[in-house]
Design a binder for this molecule. Sequence first.
Ligand code: SAM
Length: 344
Amino acid sequence: NSEPKKEDLQRIIDLMDGFRASKALFTASKMCVFDLLQSRPGLDAAQVAQEIKASVKGTECLLEACASLGLLKSKERTCQKPAYENADLATCFLPTDAPFSLRGYIQHCNESVWPLFSHLESAVREGANQREKAFGKTSKDMFQDTFYDSQEVKLRFMNAMHSIAKATGKSVATAFDLSSFKTACDLGGCTGALAYEFTKAHPGLSVTVFDLPTVVEMSEQFHPLRADNRVSFVAGDFFKDELPKADLYILARVLHDWSDENVQILLSKIADACTPGSAVFIAETMLDGQTPHSALQSLNMLAQTEGTERTESQYTDLLSKHGFGDMRVVHTMNFLDALIAIKM
Ligand code: SAM
């Protein structure tokens, strides 16, 4: 038996440490450490502890963990305690009001995904989501039942979607030349963050965001200050109601919530609303084996929803059953991949 390679041992230890690193990030974000150090860089652990109303011992430990992860920089000062400030990575993504802030998504990971992942073994054994074990939710309607159960949870979910859509939206919106399309409908478009990216990228395009009434009624507070009159909102249920007419139907992180049966129902409604030349635009992380992200996101879908992430060929099979062809895929390398398919 030869000694294991040091780098292999390190890799396994890094994987085992993964959940500790995630939870350190979630906790520092929840306790507003990055917001505090953004407005007041250079505080020491005792000063941070006082501001976030925590113990000095615990705060020191958390700040050192964040520094070791590259989220904070600590400056040793002679005869004084180290002073902390946000590293560039934290400045870009972690303060609440940073343009590409992921704080909303981090909060969702902490409050919703973390409890679900603590039941991952059951999810794997049963092949089913764990909303009942994690949150006591028994209904099949995961949005009404879990994510839109209270105003607070709904706002957290919407913030999560908004933050990812803002960070990835430009790569998705610019993946294809869409100049031949005049009207788009973003089904399950949530706060409209992606719709705004589409209108910014395509001056001739208007986008209708279609989402559940409970979402549309709160979408106003997410609109950018200079709201674009090419983005409008329609409330409805995409399984039950008539879909707004459009040349292009956008489905961003929607199909991964649903079983193949429900995806077929939705695609069949979209196909009925399309005329030849209209198109479907899918933005999802595709299972292509290039990075662990898509496979881990699929575990997330298993624990949380009725759905799954899918491969490019699974999407093309589903779409071709509904008369879509001429499919093209762009791997944006920015969290979400983009697929366009034309109604024949
Ligand atoms: N497309 C957004 C994005 O990429 O940021 C949000 C994705 S989120 C995972 C799924 C969205 O589908 C939510 O905004 C949810 O409210 C919406 N949704 C779920 N069921 C729906 C239904 N039956 N009719 C309309 N929208 C629905």
